[in-house]
Structure formats: C-alpha cells, structure tokens
Design a protein around this ligand. Structure first.
Ligand SMILES: *Cc1c(COP(=O)(O)O)cnc(C)c1O
Length: 395
C-alpha cells in the first residue's frame, strides 16, 4: 500500500497529461508585461498578453498606485461589509459607472469571482440560465453555483437561442441569457442586438461578460454594449480590470437595484477582502485616462488593423475576428504547438491554442496585438510568421 500522503492518484493523472502531450510548465516573465519581454531569460516580442492598452506598466498608473499605498497602505484590512469599504472603492465605482454609462457598478476582486458571485446571486431554483456554448470558464463555474437549471445554445446561433426560449420560457420564473461580449479565442463579437431583441420578446434578462470588450470596443473602450448603443437594455454587464485596464479586478455594471442586492448577496463581496488601495487607485487613473482621450484605443485598433492586413497579405487564414485579437488558424494540434515553438525560438511569443480549449483540428496561434507594439515589432513578428509558416508548409 502506498502512503496516502504521496498523492498517488494525482501523480497518475499527471502522467496521463504527459502521455496526452498536454503537460506544460509555466513560462516565467522576468520584468514588466510589455510589448517586448524577457521570457525564460530570452528577449521576445510579446503577442500573448491581454494588456491591450499598455496600461500594465504605464507610468501614470504606477504613480497612482504608489500614492494609494502611501495614503491608504497595502491592504484594505477587511471585506467591504465590515471596514474594507474605503472611500476610494466608492469613488472608483462612481467613476466606472460614469464611464460605462450605467446607473451603478459593483467592483469585485477579479473578473472570475465577479461571475462566480453574481450569477448565483441573481438566479435561483425555478429559473433558467441559457448560455452560449463558447462562454468563458468563469461563467460555466458561476452558473454551476446557481440552483437554476442550465442549458446552452450553439455559438452565436440566434435560431437555436430562440428555439430554447420558445420551448422553455413558460416553464420558468426568470430566464437569464449569458454571453461573452467578445469571444477570446476567435475575437468575434456576440450578436448582441439580436440577443437583446429575443430577450425582450421572451421577457428574459441579459448578462454580457465583456472581459475582452471593455477597454477595446465602444467609445474609448466603453465596451460591447456601447459599441451597439444598447445602454439600458442589458441588465448585467461584466467587465474585468485585469486585461485592458491593466491592473486586477472585475465589476458588474447595471442598475442601482443590482448593486443594492449584490451588496447583500454577492458572496465575494461579503466573504473576500476588497481590492487593495494600490490596485484601486491605479484602476481609477486608467479609467480617467480613457475618459480624457481616445488615443489608447485608437492606437490599439490601428495596430490591430495593420497586423491583420499584413498577415492576410502573407497568406494566413486569420478567421473572423471583429477585434484586435488575431487568431492564425493552423489546424492540427501538433503542428500548432510546433509552430508556436518555432516562433518562440526566433523571438516571437504567441501561445498555441489547441483542443480541449478549442475543438479538435482547429488549433490556432492567438496573436494579441496591443497599443504598446511598435510598427517595427509588428513587422518583425509578421516576417517571423512567414519564415516559420513557409518552412512548415502552412502557407
Ligand atoms: C479573462 C476573463 C475573465 C476573468 O477575468 P479576471 O479579471 O482575469 O479574473 C472572465 N470572463 C472572461 C470572458 C474573460 O475573458
């Protein structure tokens, strides 16, 4: 008998990962997240971060964070319902609500726990959650925490969504339709106007997780709801403060009623310590920057278009992205991973995305273009793609 503390059952499963070729080590970033980075000791162009606007190492945000530490310390010291609700948290939520053009915002410690805490607070027994099949893992986990029934519709398929609404609406008290605003693996935008129409027709609520849309789409990054002019017609809009905003955290934007309820029933608000002052002050600065100028989002889109045009010219299949996310479709899992390694060897870091994250045979290299990239870096990345792609027979 093996010793129980050896965790043999976990070791066996790790061996399975290795057999399946999906075992990996975490890459180590030495220094700040920039368009060019030191990764595992090697200088490479970074096409893998969610730092869309280059805010993660922005001098103004760093200055705000330092000031936050000096005035408020390094930690908030408690959950918000006790004494962890500082005036800077309140101010941040007001600023975010103004930015998002919504009545109110409730800030969480991450986008992940925002989904984990919000979905279960607004749905219950007798309700139905209808979710796009490609929704983010944190939505899936969040829905699991709810006592509501759950079902999925085919990706962005409005006929399938209506079929479910028609069949099931009458059997439930409340129905909540959940979708990503921007789907992170392909960069495609959810058909939000159609979803909202269907929701209103069948009296369902809507919940949009705009982690990859906020700071990217809409006026100066106000998000997918703003992009489509749907203010007031989406009940819950989730955003992350960890991607384009460059810091960490998540939030839900919507009505005062939503906020009042979540301050009583959002479990991460009640049972997990609030964001630290440095993060809160840096985020506030980021949102104020976005409200004062569109230069960051303009640059992001300019770079995105430039890179996509050049990759298309070079003969790559770059899918159907509606955002600066640029998936380079490769196909087979092994070829995709080899391509990614070939790029890294020549100084370009692009993560290969393969099954089970995406369907079998649809492996891709997901290029994350940011406002921080220079034209020279993008040119160099394209040239490297071309030389590896030719060698491997992809183009
Ligand atoms: C990244 C992401 C999250 C998680 O956000 P964090 O702030 O990193 O926890 C949630 N939803 C979607 C759609 C995401 O892409």
């Amino acid at each position: 008998m093996s010793n129980v503390h050896e965790l043999q059952f976990i070791k066996d499963q790790i061996e399975d990962l290795k057999k399946d070729g999906v075992y990996r080590k975490l890459p180590v970033l030495e220094g700040a997240n920039e368009s060019e980075i030191l990764l595992n000791g090697k200088k490479v162009i970074n096409l893998s971060s969610n730092n869309y606007l280059g805010f993660a190492n922005h001098p103004k945000l760093k200055e705000a964070a330092i000031k936050g530490v000096e005035e408020y310390g390094v930690g908030s010291g408690a959950v918000r319902t006790i004494v962890g609700n500082m005036d800077i948290h309140e101010e941040l939520e007001k600023t975010l609500a103004e930015f998002k053009r919504e009545e109110a915002v409730m800030v969480y410690q991450s986008g992940f726990n925002c989904n984990a805490g919000t979905i279960q607070a607004i749905t219950g027994k007798g309700d139905l959650i209808i979710s796009d099949e490609l929704n983010h893992a944190s939505i899936i986990d969040g829905a699991r925490l709810s006592r509501a029934d759950k079902t999925v519709y085919k990706h962005a398929d409005m006929k399938d969504l209506e079929r479910i609404l028609k069949e099931k609406r009458d059997q439930y008290t409340n129905v909540l339709i959940i979708t990503d605003g921007v789907f992170s693996m392909d960069g495609d935008i959810a058909p939000l106007p159609e979803i909202v129409e269907l929701a209103e027709k069948y009296k369902a609520m809507t919940y949009v997780d705009d982690a990859h849309g906020s700071g990217v789409l809409g006026e100066s990054g106000r998000g997918t709801v703003d992009h489509f002019g749907l203010h007031g017609r989406v009940d819950f809009t989730i955003g992350t403060l960890s991607k384009a905003i460059g810091v960490v955290g998540g939030y839900v934007a919507g009505s005062n009623t939503m906020k009042e309820w979540l301050s009583h029933r959002g479990r991460p608000i009640l049972f997990s310590t609030s964001l630290p002052p440095a993060a809160v002050c840096a985020i506030s600065e980021a949102v104020k920057l976005l409200m004062s100028t569109t230069e960051f989002t303009d640059k992001l889109w300019e770079n995105g278009r430039y890179f996509k045009d050049r990759m298309k010219e070079a003969g790559f299949d770059i899918g159907n992205s509606g955002t600066p996310i640029t998936p380079v479709m490769v196909g087979e899992e092994e070829v995709t991973m080899k391509f990614s390694k070939g790029l890294l060897d020549r100084g370009v870091f692009v993560s290969g995305i393969v099954f089970p994250t995406v369907p079998k045979g649809t492996g891709r290299l997901r290029c994350m273009v940011t406002a921080g990239h220079t034209k020279e870096q993008l040119d160099q990345a394209v040239e490297t793609f071309v030389s590896v792609g030719k060698e491997m027979g992809v183009i």
